[in-house]
Write a protein that binds this ligand. Structure first.
Ligand SMILES: NC(=O)c1ccc[n+]([C@@H]2O[C@H](COP(=O)([O-])OP(=O)(O)OC[C@H]3O[C@@H](n4cnc5c(N)ncnc54)[C@H](O)[C@@H]3O)[C@@H](O)[C@H]2O)c1
Length: 335
């Protein structure tokens, strides 16, 4: 079943890979991006693309008309920064979600897929499972969960199908590696390629599980098109290779032949110590399968970043709350 799909955040990392995969399957793909975090070069050939902000409904509502599925991928996905720039993150979080939901429902879209985040789980016991009650701790997670609640309420009332994807720590080509606020693997690779030691917040014992983008996209597509899968929340990504942040640095250093001596700085406020998800539901419902090991995923990223060349970090987002808790890595631009 091919059809018409609209993707928000299509110039971003996940949105652009999703668009590419959908085009290959014969879908007509349109999408928007405000280019705050994304890059126009990411938008695959064949996408009907417009630069527009989700909050500006009149700028893209016409593109949503006649669409079968909306994938809402746009966000400023900055969990750590959200503790210091809540207004910015929420503007492009739940506020943007409300706008895209309005556009989708008013134009009669059949199905809405929302990219949430494992930040929705907060400090629940790991591995996070979909049955756990969400307890987001920071404005990013709160904004994601608020979007989920809005999606549920409005979809139920207005008769639109929906699914909620919970990707976690996705890595791969096209991920920004010049953003000092986000994407720990990219930041580490970028610094080590420049001969600089990685910076680790806290003692590096935080645990995470990284997903390679090509493993996530097929499941995301099924959430959009499988007629039998509706009203579900599904974690998307592996649970096989849990690593600490320090182990992540070691893995990258080993691949680069870099002599590792990390710089440890104060832990980041509200950072959850253990955060990784169970993939059991994705495996049984969507046939999710991990095909890339962490090393294979990191290798692909390194090759892509090398190909693109070095970039300096861009401190392009306003820090709204600058006080003694704000990481100096940001206020003093140490990354
Ligand atoms: N990558 C991950 O590890 C991960 C993990 C969990 C959840 N997610 C979620 O998946 C989605 C995609 O993440 P990503 O890693 O591709 O991020 P990304 O930053 O690469 O892509 C997001 C895109 O949205 C755009 N955008 C932001 N605000 C917008 C707005 N108001 N209007 C229009 N465009 C806007 C940005 O310019 C960017 O291109 C996000 O919703 C994110 O919260 C990602």
């Amino acid at each position: 079943m091919a059809g018409r799909v609209f993707i928000t955040g299509v110039a971003g990392f996940l949105g652009s890979h999703l668009a590419e995969a959908l085009l290959m399957r014969g879908f007509r793909v349109s999408g928007i991006d405000n280019l705050l975090g994304g890059c126009i070069d990411n938008v695959p050939q064949g996408v009907d693309f417009r630069v527009a902000d989700c909050n500006d409904r009149s700028a893209y509502s016409d593109m949503v008309a006649g669409t079968d599925v909306v994938f809402h991928c746009a966000a400023l996905a900055h969990e750590g920064l959200s503790v210091f720039s809540p207004h910015l993150i929420n503007t492009h979080g739940s506020n943007a979600s409300a706008a895209v939901l309005s556009a989708a429902i008013s134009k009669g879209v059949k199905r809405f897929v929302f990219c949430s985040s494992m930040a929705r789980y907060g400090a629940n016991p790991v591995p996070f499972s979909e049955e756990q009650e969400p307890h987001p701790l920071d404005p990013y997670g709160i904004s994601k969960y608020a979007s989920e609640l809005m999606l549920r309420a409005l979809s139920r009332e207005h008769g639109m199908e929906f699914n909620i994807a919970v990707p976690h720590n996705v890595i791969g080509p096209r991920q920004r590696y010049d953003d000092p606020y986000r994407n720990v693997a990219s930041i580490m690779i970028s610094r080590m390629l420049a001969g600089r030691q990685p910076i680790i917040y806290g003692d590096g014992s935080q645990t995470r599980c990284f997903s390679f983008v090509a493993d996530v996209v097929p499941s995301l597509i099924l959430l959009g098109i499988d007629p039998n899968i509706r009203g579900e929340v599904v974690n998307l990504g592996p649970d096989e290779q849990v690593v600490t942040i320090y182990e992540l640095a070691r893995a990258i250093a080993a691949l680069l032949g870099f002599e590792l001596d990390p710089i440890f700085v104060t832990r980041r406020p509200l950072e959850v110590k253990a955060a990784y998800c169970s993939s059991a539901k994705a495996r049984s419902l969507l046939g999710y399968r991990t095909t890339y090991t962490l090393d294979q995923g990191l290798r692909e990223m390194i090759a892509w970043i090398r190909g693109k060349g070095a970039r300096t970090f861009r401190y392009s987002y306003e820090i709204e709350i600058s006080n003694s808790k704000t990481p100096k890595t940001w206020t003093e631009q140490l990354i």
